[in-house]
Design a protein around this ligand. Sequence first.
Ligand code: AMP
Ligand code: MG
Length: 350
Amino acid sequence: MNTILAKIDYDDPDLSQIRKAADILKRGGLVAFPTETVYGLGGNGLDALAGKKIYEAKGRPSDNPLILHISDISMLSRIVSEIPKKAYAIMEKFWPGPLTLIFPKADIVPYEITGGLETVAVRFPSHKIAQLLIKEADLPIAGPSANSSGKPSPTRASHVMYDLSGRIDMILDAGATEVGLESTILDITSEVPVLLRPGAITREMIEEVIGKIEVDPAVFLKPSKDLVPKAPGMKYTHYSPKADITLVRGDLEKVVQKINSLTLEDEKKGVKVGIMATTQTKDKYKSGTVLVVGDREKPETIGSNLFKILRKFDFLEVDVVYSEVFDESGEGVAIMNRLNKSAGYKYIDV
Ligand code: AMP
Ligand code: MG
């Protein structure tokens, strides 16, 4: 299949391209589209066959459910069987935006989309192109991240091209995504809502609106058979570049020293080393391929660049990566959740 790559201007979108993409979706095809978090791989969320195509294109395990994307709140009642009371305040505050909510599903949503679950994940993205596309298709659009399963999520159309070219019908390219990390996922089907995946909308922000929530322990700890994440997709290895990543933790000066000495040792053995640095530390590294992921003072820059930098290490064909770690507060919880997974929770403490 030849994948159409269509550039689209955020501020002045060519509506004929949106119509073309929406037609593909209505006919059961697949279109990758930008959102404020990462690029999504869209298909008709009410069509089991389109769901199957998404799993095939991504190589995604079929028990890992898809998120349905809507373009206005009225679409919600078609796909859920109940809207818990607490949901209203949350939707009012955070939708449209990077927050996914779990609802009991309506019969119309196929089990092929929900990975066999009785619940369905729903998001109302704030990205204008995503909204226009969903509106034009007039369907809830299933949209997992548009990467090959296991790779870092795509934050640019070129990432989608690299992973899925020839496997999907079209990519709408509106440039780099803003948040760069996937949406926060909140399960509101239980009495006390549970945060299943951290993102740019933090626990604190949600608690300000609805009071105490719980956080799935798997957000912080390595999943195992005794600690199965409540979001099925969170149990899989993820976000992994080809290189072996090690996180170096401790006092920042000592971390830099340690990474410098590890790099020298590795380079003596002919190993190509990548270093994930920050604005604050980049000039302190003596050798290796140093990439700056962001500014410690502005965690959102780290969130926004993390997947791009992980993919860049692949492109540069480094064998190992040493990465600094980041403060686990606010959006830092989401950053460290993704980084832990990409490193397989491998740490050196200094
Ligand atoms: P992605 O679309 O690639 O960002 O992945 C979607 C995430 O949402 C995966 O981690 C899924 O396990 C999770 N998810 C989707 N639907 C549900 C659901 N009904 N219950 C719990 N987690 C879900
Ligand atoms: Mg994904």
